[in-house]
Write a protein that binds this ligand. Sequence first.
Ligand SMILES: Cc1cc2nc3c(=O)[nH]c(=O)nc-3n(C[C@H](O)[C@H](O)[C@H](O)COP(=O)(O)O)c2cc1C
Length: 377
Amino acid sequence: MVKLRKMKLFLNHFFEEFAMSILYTPTTLGPMVLQNRLVMAPMTRSRAPGNIPNALMAEYYAQRGTAGLIITEGTSSSPNGLGYPRIPGIFSAAQIEGWRAISDAVHGKGAKIFMQLMHCGRISHSLNMSVGSRVIAPSAVAAAGEMYTDAYGLKPFPVPDAMNGDDIRVAIIEYANAARNAVAAGFDGVELHAANGYLLEQFIRPNSNLRTDSYGGSLENRARFVLEVVDAVTGAIGRDRVGIRLSPFGVFNDMPLYDQIEEEYAWLAKQLNDAAPVYLHLVDHSSMGAPVVPESMKATFRHTFKGALILSGGYDAQRAESDLASGKCDLVAFGRSFIANPDLVKRWKSGAPLNAPDMGTFYSPGPKGYIDYPVLL
Ligand SMILES: Cc1cc2nc3c(=O)[nH]c(=O)nc-3n(C[C@H](O)[C@H](O)[C@H](O)COP(=O)(O)O)c2cc1C
């Protein structure tokens, strides 16, 4: 009897362990093997003076190299795409060299690494750009709000130049070149940032795209730019190396909701399934006060898009386990918890408490609040 009870306890424990282990078990992403299903979400940290990645950044990313996949901070594909102070680029030889040290350091810890390609479009300011660069967007409509500049603090968002046909062609070529540069720098792939109010989303959304040519008006036209970028980038480096991030129901950076938003993003999901990047990454910033992304929207993406689905926003380990177990997604991305806990995987596995993130150092220059969060011994 006692033996039977002991056996039962052992089996319960075994199955509990097994049920809790999805997050930490290795998996695949296209042809790649990931050491677990934890993704470090892309996060701008503004630690790249001169827009060139450096040794401090290599240390930061390597510290977090026990993730399955790291997606870097938004990285500009073009001098015109720089928006915030001290964000890195991937359009010069020095930047490729700087990023190579980072991909090497991360691979040394076992994680794969994708570079997030972020063209800021109108979410920018000339004070944060090099001489000769231009703030460009689908239409000459300034975003409501202000941009931080190192030189003069907060400044209203400028009215961008509406992109002409050549600007559009050049921007697409720049995305493809940036993707090639990322691969040359040793990256496993790139994530196209089509979320959170930056250039690609500025084309998709009707408030920031007032064009009357083939890139504006109907949804098919508004989505043309992003789909052409996806084609150019997958053509340049291969589908297995390209992911895309979207924020249906996102309102960040002056992107108001509108009536047809759910059906428009459902249509986009179909187009992206045809374009077949290796993953689609959905943002839900409701834990940060943004509107909730309805479950129906997430389910539509899950059913329509046959590649890997990453969900993100306000996750802890338990909710991640549950969404993975119920098949809602293949991978889960964690943002702020990875900022504050370089050893997040170890902490969650061992049940240790987490460090709290310090918002005051999210974007400040230097090592404080960047590489000095305590780790378990
Ligand atoms: C400091 C900071 C910087 C961020 N920068 C980016 C970025 O460059 N690109 C992006 O797609 N999302 C960015 N995000 C959003 C995160 O990727 C993530 O979606 C968000 O933090 C919600 O996830 P969490 O609740 O796990 O933190 C940023 C978030 C934070 C806190």
